[in-house]
Design a binder for this molecule. Structure first.
Ligand code: AMP
Ligand code: MG
Length: 430
């Protein structure tokens, strides 16, 4: 049963502080339920890799257009070569692109190249390796073959008018090849969202600001930018909003012109955490603002008339992990993908990992091979501000909230942090 988890929480605000938040799975469900595919746009074939087809694609011809040879060799009449070592008269040379001019009679054959049309009268091809030249006009066929041997039938790859690719197909290099085969110079694909990224906090120093040892460099804008780019989308950086309601409001208003707004920091319950109330004042309907996860507890999500809004935690690792768990599947969903979640692998844990609290925990790990076994090794200090252990990580080991800790040698699920493979269900057993 699909539960409207979000509305229960929004409708019961007085309990909000008592609540530890939604589970990761419920929060993901809430986010995905709020998503809607963006419209379609026509894009030239050279730029569609990674996008999702928004239309069915039909073949506009039979391919191959006639019966063709699958090999370089000789087009023959199979009845003529029933006895091995038949010598046949070569009456024609047919290259790919040629049309045969002659019809084979008894005892005759035609030299034929791969992809060239099979002449009338022939019912099989013998590859050149199974023949021997007798002289300019004769060839010895050294094997007996069945009718249709090494002939590719007309329409074998596709039939004129049939649907060869369905709407919803993710465009891989093979799909690009098929699209070219049906001469689709432009295709309808789901459009990409306009994504805005806003960092918040008086303590932040922008990349171009002068060095100030007392400040904290704005890492989140760029880490989030890269995470969005890794999905094939180019975001706009709106900069840094001060912890001051009026300035924050102006910046958020700009962000609400976009399809997706990612705000980092200021979503917690500190006295200077104005993001949530300001978003609400701007008409954003908040769906949730806490998720029982570590890192990433103060994670908010809301919906505005034009915009899906994600309030990500300020701590750099938390912000990145929340992007992986909530924003990435959402961006894949609105761009038409059906596989929303990063691929998972099963690995053997290299050392004990403690787990005390009742939140789902994401541990940054490196992966290596020991023989056939994949081994996951935590990347070091797991503090939510320690970006180095995220920079080194290849995956996130998922520790379900109910776990009492995992011992070295046990099997664990690891969500990969890169790659083009995705899966339909979130892996990790939150
Ligand atoms: P907040 O959620 O605003 O309370 O921020 C939590 C922590 O994350 C604080 O230590 C912030 O300094 C840090 N932080 C917030 N935003 C960023 C950012 N854009 N880049 C790096 N660190 C940040
Ligand atoms: Mg802050």
């Amino acid at each position: 049963m699909r539960v409207l988890v979000c509305d229960q929480i929004v409708g019961d605000k007085k309990d909000e502080d008592a609540m530890d938040g939604l589970t990761v799975a419920a929060a993901q469900q809430c986010v995905i339920e709020a998503m809607k595919k963006l419209g379609a746009e026509a894009v030239p074939l050279s730029q569609v890799l990674g996008r999702v087809l928004a239309e069915d694609i039909r073949a506009n011809r039979d391919q191959p257009p006639y019966d063709v040879s699958a090999m370089d060799g000789f087009a023959i009449r199979s009845a003529d070569v029933a006895n091995a070592s038949a010598v046949l008269e070569v009456i024609e040379d047919i290259k790919a692109g040629d049309m045969p001019r002659k019809m084979l009679g008894v005892g005759q054959c035609a030299r034929i190249m791969t992809g060239a049309p099979v002449p009338q009268g022939a019912d099989a091809v013998v590859r050149v390796e199974d023949t021997a030249v007798v002289d300019d006009a004769q060839v010895r066929i050294q094997v007996a073959v069945r009718p249709r041997n090494d002939i590719r039938d007309r329409g074998e790859s596709m039939r004129n008018g049939e649907v060869v690719l369905n709407a919803g197909t993710e465009i891989t290099p093979g799909v690009v090849g098929m699209l070219a085969m049906v001469k689709a110079a432009e295709v309808q694909v789901y459009r990409l969202p306009r994504v805005a990224i806003l960092s918040t906090g008086d303590e932040l120093e922008g990349l171009d600001d002068p060095f100030d040892a007392n400040k904290i460099p704005d890492a989140n804008s760029y880490a989030l930018m890269a995470q969005v780019q890794a999905l094939g989308i180019t975001p706009d950086l709106l900069g840094i909003a001060r912890d001051e309601p009026e300035h924050l409001k102006q910046m958020l208003q700009r962000g609400l012109q976009y399809d997706v707004l990612l705000v980092s920091g200021g979503t917690s319950v500190g006295v200077h955490d104005y993001v949530r109330p300001t978003l609400e004042a701007l008409g954003v309907q908040m769906k949730f603002w806490r998720v029982t996860m570590k890192p990433g507890h103060p994670m908010a999500f809301g919906v505005a008339p034009l915009t899906w809004v994600f309030g990500l935690p300020g701590n750099p690792v938390s912000s990145m992990v929340c992007f992986e768990e909530f924003v990435s599947p959402a961006l894949r969903c609105i761009t038409g993908h059906s596989k929303l979640f990063r691929s998972t692998v099963t690995a053997k844990l290299a050392r004990d990992v403690k787990h005390k609290h009742s939140r789902t925990e994401f541990v940054r790990v490196l992966l290596s091979k020991e023989g056939d076994v994949l081994v996951a090794m935590p990347t070091g200090d797991q503090g939510s501000g320690i970006l180095r252990s995220m920079a080194m990580a290849e995956g996130l080991l998922v520790i379900p909230s109910s776990s009492k800790g995992i011992a070295a040698g046990e099997q664990v699920t690891v969500q990969l942090l890169s790659g083009t493979e995705f899966q339909a269900e979130a892996g990790g057993g939150y």
